[in-house]
Write a protein that binds this ligand. Structure first.
Ligand SMILES: *Cc1c(COP(=O)(O)O)cnc(C)c1O
Ligand code: SF4
Length: 346
């Protein structure tokens, strides 16, 4: 059971549809990669299939699409380090993932056969972190950092820890849902050895079909090991753009001790236009989810503006304010007042 990396090998396990067969490996940069674990799941779930099998739609460019809408290259202060927000930075540990998601927003980098960062690159980032104490959180991302060997990853984390024991680390990974057997007890023990400040796992699960006995076990290993897990979903047209699907996803994640953190609007990345949900539909979904979900289960709907960074996309519940009397609409649409504290009151 090996990884699938060509249309030919894919066609041996699945009857490919015309739009899948028409995908042209030369039209985009992101190669095919489907882990052995996903082979079964893509045949059973349409939602999983569409996240991993390319179609001809990837080959079209829509007006307003960019290769790098988040201007990450402009914020690359040290090779592979994106310092876009003052207090946190993202380190592109490797371009490799266990499987490539067709909606990947970092396809300018992901799967470009550059491999893991070198020792010198890690050292240069560590030196930058030493000089930039304003960085409180470091995102280990890519690509997927958990495609590295445990020893290799430990060397990297130890290097950052030796210089900044206070740094909060966020391991950004899709491996619990793309290749869950990589979440081993030795990986967890390794992370625990470097727990002088918190280590979070930031995972990506977009549909309830991705939750299997194996992915549940992988998540449990993190949480049991003292590593809190937060989920960052991407809103994907025809896959999870329904209140029922998202409601089930968020509630299931909470039951697994995972906090639904972000629900991302699709970025304006070349080759992903067919996955984008119109903002108006997204706002309606957000409002519907807020009616249906607990505060714990409710993610923040957000978008990364080209050049402008992340902003929350929230329906406003404020209607009006007059002389300290604020008028709101509650989630059910009824109007209520809030009487503000008087400026000169004790
Ligand atoms: C999203 C992102 C972060 C983290 O932002 P949070 O809102 O804290 O999740 C950090 N750096 C970059 C470049 C990002 O894109
Ligand atoms: S796991 Fe993340 S970086 Fe890798 S292909 Fe999927 S979205 Fe892109």
């Amino acid at each position: 059971m090996n990884t699938i990396s060509t249309l030919d090998s894919l066609s041996q396990i699945l009857t490919l549809r015309p739009e899948e067969m028409a995908w042209d490996g030369n039209c985009g940069v992101l190669p095919i990669k489907i882990s052995a674990y996903l082979k079964q799941l893509i045949t059973e779930s349409e939602a999983v299939r569409r996240q991993y099998i390319p179609t001809l739609a990837e080959c079209s460019t829509v007006e307003g699409d960019f290769p790098d809408p988040l201007s990450e290259e402009a914020h690359e202060t040290v090779p592979r380090l994106i310092h876009r927000y003052e207090n946190r930075a993202a380190f592109l540990v490797t371009d490799i993932c266990a499987a490539y998601c067709r909606h990947c927003f970092r396809r300018r980098f992901t799967g470009t056969f550059q491999g893991p960062a070198t020792r010198e690159e890690v050292r240069a980032v560590a030196n930058y972190l030493a000089e930039h104490k304003e960085i409180r959180e470091l995102l280990l991302t890519g690509g997927d950092p958990l495609t590295l060997g445990i020893g290799e990853l430990e060397e990297m984390i130890a290097c950052f820890r030796s210089i900044r024991p206070d740094l909060v680390l966020r391991v950004c990974t899709r491996v619990p849902f793309s290749d869950p057997s990589r979440i081993t007890s030795s990986l967890i023990s390794m992370l625990q050895r470097h727990n002088s400040s918190a280590i979070f796992a930031m995972v990506q699960c977009n549909h309830p079909d991705e939750i299997t006995a194996e992915s549940r076990a992988a998540i449990s290993r993190f949480v049991d090991g003292g590593i809190p897990v937060f989920n960052q979903s991407v809103l994907l047209k025809g896959i999870n753009d329904s209140a029922d699907v998202l409601e089930e996803l968020c509630n299931t994640l909470v039951s697994m001790r995972v906090k639904p953190h972000y629900l991302f609007q699709g970025d304006l990345v070349v080759g992903t236009a067919h996955f984008r949900v119109p903002l108006n539909d997204g706002f309606q979904l957000e409002a519907e989810l807020r009616r249906r979900l607990s505060g714990l289960a409710m993610p923040t709907y957000a978008v990364d503006l080209p050049g402008g960074g992340k902003i929350p996309l929230v329906t406003s519940y404020l209607i009006d304010e007059q002389e300290g009397v604020w008028k709101f609409r509650n989630t059910q649409g009824e109007e209520y007042l809030y009487f503000d504290a008087k400026k000169d009151s004790p």
